[in-house]
Design a protein around this ligand. Structure first.
Ligand SMILES: O=C1O[C@H](COP(=O)(O)O)[C@@H](O)[C@H](O)[C@H]1O
Length: 251
């Protein structure tokens, strides 16, 4: 009797789900994202009379913030939170609060309400309880969150050297309620400590966007999306979101 040869089929894992909006340049991207976020905020205002949005910092979102600030909506009923903050005074060039003040809180958005993560004390740990309470009571749940990503695959202030078994990343899949909304972060990758919204807090937003620009970040994102062994925080953020985020990308 002839033995039948065994055939092995290798099944490639599917990349994590992501909606994609691709643009030719950062200007077009910024305008489309500003219009989309403004529409989300208007819808939230119509639903419950107020709206809450968490926004990333860094260099990428400047143009988006400027265009968002020009959108017509009832900004006085909108609360804005930084997704993360570097522990430097609000006037410091590396402050995400400063970025928001200079680029978002102008034009129509000048009247928006701001919930800072930074407090003028020496360490983020010293401010953790008051900030946590304020954010939990007055900032959450979010209506909209816009994540960014660094070249190293960090998102918010969740850095690769936190370790993939860190509670901040292990919380994937757990219910948002009952989880701490903010945490302090110390990473060798950055010169100062930080405070960040946790994934639990970020995932309270039904409208979740990822804004990245450039080919090299795109390659990091695609690799993290496709590789189930990836321990990059951006993969944790994609894996844990109950609604697939929408990527806004331009070269
Ligand atoms: O440090 C940070 O980096 C990321 C990415 O910033 P970018 O300058 O590469 O655009 C940002 O999303 C985060 O909010 C920020 O604090």
């Amino acid at each position: 009797m002839k033995m039948q040869a065994e055939r092995l089929t290798v099944i490639e894992p599917l990349p994590l789900p992501l909606h994609e909006k691709l643009f030719d340049d950062g200007e077009q991207l910024a305008l489309a994202l500003a219009r989309q976020v403004a529409a989300d905020l208007r819808a939230a205002l119509a639903r419950h009379g107020e709206a809450s949005i968490a926004l990333s910092g860094g260099n990428t979102p400047k143009r988006f913030f400027q265009l968002l600030s020009q959108q017509t909506l009832d900004w006085a009923r909108v609360t804005v939170l930084p997704i993360d903050e570097r522990w430097v005074p609000a006037e410091h060039p590396r402050s995400n609060e400063r970025l928001l003040r200079e680029h978002l809180f102008q034009n129509n958005a000048a009247v928006a309400r701001f919930l800072p993560l930074y407090r003028p004390v020496d360490t983020p740990e010293m401010a953790l309880m008051p900030v946590l309470t304020k954010i939990a009571n007055e900032g959450l749940p979010l209506d909209v969150a816009v994540l960014g990503m660094g070249e190293d695959g960090h998102t918010a202030s969740l850095f690769p050297d936190l370790g993939h078994d860190n509670p901040a990343l292990r919380e994937i899949g757990l219910q948002p309620r009952g989880r701490a909304p903010v945490m302090s972060v110390r990473t060798a990758a950055m010169p100062e400590p930080r405070m960040t919204l946790t994934l639990s807090a970020i995932f309270t937003a039904p409208a979740l966007y990822l804004h990245i620009e450039g080919e090299s970040k795109r390659a990091v994102l695609d690799a993290a999306r496709s590789d189930p062994r990836s321990t990059l925080p951006i993969r944790a953020a994609l894996a844990g979101a109950s609604n697939a985020p929408t990527l806004y990308w331009s070269p």
